[in-house]
Ligand binder design. Structure first.
Ligand code: IPM
Ligand code: MG
Length: 358
């Protein structure tokens, strides 16, 4: 198979981890006889520094011409401490999501058995958890009108959804639920928010088209609690942009670490694959970041964008084997299991690539 992949390393630890996502794609190409070509582009703080814009036109053009995109991370501490900055790295990510029509963000929360002890949650609560989040990605307060009063003392972000936006992601989530345990939990705040009442109405309508899937509606506050009380009872979770942003960070603790979680953003055409973690400037450049989320993002790309299931499985198996051999990065190192070895980004990345076989 011939595919052209755009790599956007982005900010902070982005470049360090994306190197390994790319290397795993290269190894897959060699092992399975595919032809993957790569290009690279700037986005985020690095793009602002180089061009003045968080998403340069050139990057967007390259993205539109590619078959899939592997992205690293975005953000810089400088902006976190300066809320008044008009040009911000994150605008690049939001713009590319909108421009490419990436309305569905899939975030699988998969727990490798070896990492049961890495989470701050009790192993018996976690064991057997397997959740697939569908986070809406191009609507909500993220894209609603933003206002600041003239005296700058009042501000608002419009929380807005239209029928078609909810319907199209609900369909994707129901289709996925059909191939899983057939349980879908839609999360909203319909007891308070009008946009959530629309959300619930639409999901109820779409649910009728999928009578084989059991639907539950849950308020976001309750969902945030249930998720760590009993994660096993969730299968597919469907939710809006902001709620999904928050819930999936919380859910990352079910998988042991943010450093393990990959995500796929899909929609109109090209797919966009990235770790759910951020740019982590506190550890950037130290060579200690966990590359597994990027490597697993590459696996999602192979499966979802290219339909290469065996190739995707080979990557997941390589990560699994590496964990079984006892290799860990700092974020998943568990002091209660002294037989594990703590390694840096490149050392563990190399072992995963070596473990990657057909
Ligand atoms: C994410 C991130 C982004 C978001 C930021 C970096 C804009 O937190 O992908 O979850 O809020 O969507
Ligand atoms: Mg987030």
């Amino acid at each position: 198979m011939k595919k052209h992949i755009l790599v956007i390393p982005g900010d902070g630890i982005g470049a360090e981890v994306t190197t390994w996502g790319k290397k795993s794609l290269e190894k897959i190409a060699t092992l399975f006889g595919h032809e993957f070509t790569f290009d690279e582009a700037l986005m985020g703080h690095v793009a602002i520094e180089a061009t003045g814009a968080p998403l340069p036109d050139e990057t967007l053009e390259k993205a539109k011409k590619s078959d899939a995109i592997l992205f690293g991370a975005i953000g810089h501490i400088k902006y976190d401490n300066d809320p008044s900055a008009k040009v911000r790295p994150e605008q690049g990510l939001l713009k590319i999501r909108k421009e490419l029509g990436l309305y569905a963000n899939l975030r699988p929360i998969v727990l490798f058995d070896e990492l049961l002890g890495a989470s701050s949650l009790k192993p018996e609560i976690l064991k057997g958890s397997d959740i697939l989040f569908f986070r809406e990605l191009t609507g909500d307060v993220y894209f609603g009108e933003k206002k600041r009063s003239e005296d700058r003392k009042t501000a608002s972000d419009l929380m807005i959804y239209s029928y078609y936006e909810v319907e199209r992601i609900a369909i994707k989530a129901y289709e996925a639920a059909r191939n899983r345990k057939k349980i879908l939990c839609s999360v909203d705040k319909a007891n308070v928010l009008e946009s959530s009442r629309l959300w619930r109405e639409v999901v109820q309508e779409v649910a009728q088209r999928y009578p084989d899937v059991k639907t539950e509606h849950m308020f976001i506050d309750n969902a945030a609690m249930q998720l760590i009380k009993d994660p096993k009872k969730f299968d597919v979770v469907l939710t809006a942009n902001l709620f999904g942003d928050i819930l999936t960070d919380e859910a990352s603790q079910i998988a042991g670490s943010m450093g393990m979680l990959a995500s796929a953003s899909v929609g109109d055409k090209v797919g966009f694959y990235e770790p759910i973690h951020g740019s982590a400037h506190d550890i950037a450049g130290k060579g200690i970041a966990n590359p597994m989320a990027s490597i697993l993002s590459a696996a999602l790309m192979l499966e979802i964008s290219f339909g290469l299931k065996d190739e995707a499985k080979a990557i997941v198996n390589a990560v699994d084997k590496t964990l079984k051999q006892g290799y860990r990065t700092g974020d998943i190192a568990d002091s209660s299991t002294p037989s594990t070895h703590k390694l840096g980004t490149d050392a563990i990345g190399k072992i995963i690539i070596d473990n990657l076989v057909k």
